[in-house]
Design a protein around this ligand. Structure first.
Ligand code: NDP
Length: 324
């Protein structure tokens, strides 16, 4: 495993990490979670990503039960949660957003569900237009001061919103955000490659990037329709299937097939090639992998070896295929 600093902080995260969105609870029970988490850990993965909104808290419960079974030393791994969407399908106003009230409640609930004393990383899952940024910055700072959170950050905030959080922190001598969690894959590049560039230089922003395979599309497995055991066939995820059937989705399926041909010539899988390409971006602190079964995780962890083999020419070829 390769370890990278989380931005300018001293925390070193494994370049490949493992997240539980969609999978834990919906597709993965505690025993399967134990299997996948152990596989990741044995490969050197030290960061596991979660959120209050994943399966309305039940993803955190599955991960918490699995972590309890695994009983790894707490100083050998990092775990995260995120606040914003709320822990139930229809949250009342105090149960969602980034008010001081909900930031505090969600943190305490995540600690209980994950069965840990502190969160290594805690994210504001989306910006909240109904809460002044300064209120959220102070709530996060207080959680850091209380030792309940070690590093706080944002997810899918604009560069301007992240800069505003830094300005509030500087003005009031509070802890600024350390990292952002943006989508980053061959089909979603703008935020990481263009919008955030000044933040890496100015604030030493770290990134924990999500959906490296665009929800599985970049594995190439959707070329012949939707496999019944896949995320796109799950109840509640019809929106993914719709996206797949749109003109853009169809172009992306074709691009994934083209990438598959290139991967074949390089002796790796399509998923490995797509993940290896992400690892080539030095502004990425860690790529959060998703996997609903251990075999996928094992395959995706193989991207690390592939990353070393990607020459600038191969990267260009990959980028021209995915932009087509
Ligand atoms: P991916 O884009 O990599 O999709 C993962 C899914 O693709 C798997 O669950 C599996 O689905 C399929 N898959 C993975 N590997 C393979 C393979 N080798 N061959 C075939 N199919 C494969 O990642 P996610 O979208 O899951 O995102 C990763 C993590 O990022 C999440 O778990 C979460 O922690 C974080 N995230 C954060 C968000 C945010 O807003 N901050 C939003 C989304 C994710 P299937 O069951 O269909 O086989």
């Amino acid at each position: 495993m390769e370890y990278r600093r989380l931005g300018r902080s001293g925390l070193k995260l494994s370049a490949l990490s493992y997240g539980s969105w969609v999978t834990f609870h919906n597709q993965v029970d505690v025993d399967r979670a134990v299997e996948s988490l152990a596989l990741a850990y044995d490969h050197g993965v030290n960061f596991f990503d979660n959120a209050e909104g994943y399966a309305y808290g039940r993803s955190e419960e599955v991960m918490g039960a699995a972590l309890a079974k695994l009983s790894w030393p707490r100083d050998r791994y990092c775990v995260s949660s995120k606040v914003y969407f709320g822990p139930v399908a229809e949250p009342v106003p105090t149960q969602r957003g980034l008010s001081r009230k909900h930031v505090m409640d969600a943190c305490h609930q995540a600690l209980q569900r994950l069965r840990v004393d502190y969160l290594d990383l805690y994210f504001c899952h989306r910006p909240d237009p109904d809460t002044p940024i300064g209120e959220t910055v102070r709530a996060m700072h207080d959680l850091v001061a209380q030792g309940k959170v070690l590093y706080w950050g944002t997810s899918e905030w604009s560069a301007g919103e992240i800069a505003a959080a830094h300005a509030h922190a500087r003005a009031d001598n509070l802890t600024p955000p350390t990292m952002e969690q943006p989508e980053y894959n061959l089909f979603a590049r703008h935020k990481v490659e263009v919008e955030y560039t000044r933040l890496y230089q100015e604030f030493g922003l770290g990134t924990t990037t999500w959906s490296p395979l665009a929800s599985g599309l970049l594995s190439g497995k959707y070329a012949d329709g939707v496999p019944q055991d896949s995320r796109f066939a799950l109840p509640g995820y019809e929106w993914l299937r719709k996206r797949l059937e749109s003109p853009l989705g169809r172009r992306q399926v074709a691009a994934a097939a083209e990438l598959g041909k290139l991967a074949g010539t390089l002796g790796c899988s399509t998923a490995q090639l797509a993940i290896a390409w992400i690892l080539g971006n030095p502004w990425v602190s860690t790529v959060i992998l998703g996997a609903s079964r251990p075999g996928q995780l094992r395959e995706n962890l193989g991207a690390l070896a592939m990353a070393e083999k990607l020459t600038p020419e191969i990267r260009k070829r990959i980028e021209s295929i995915s932009a087509a």
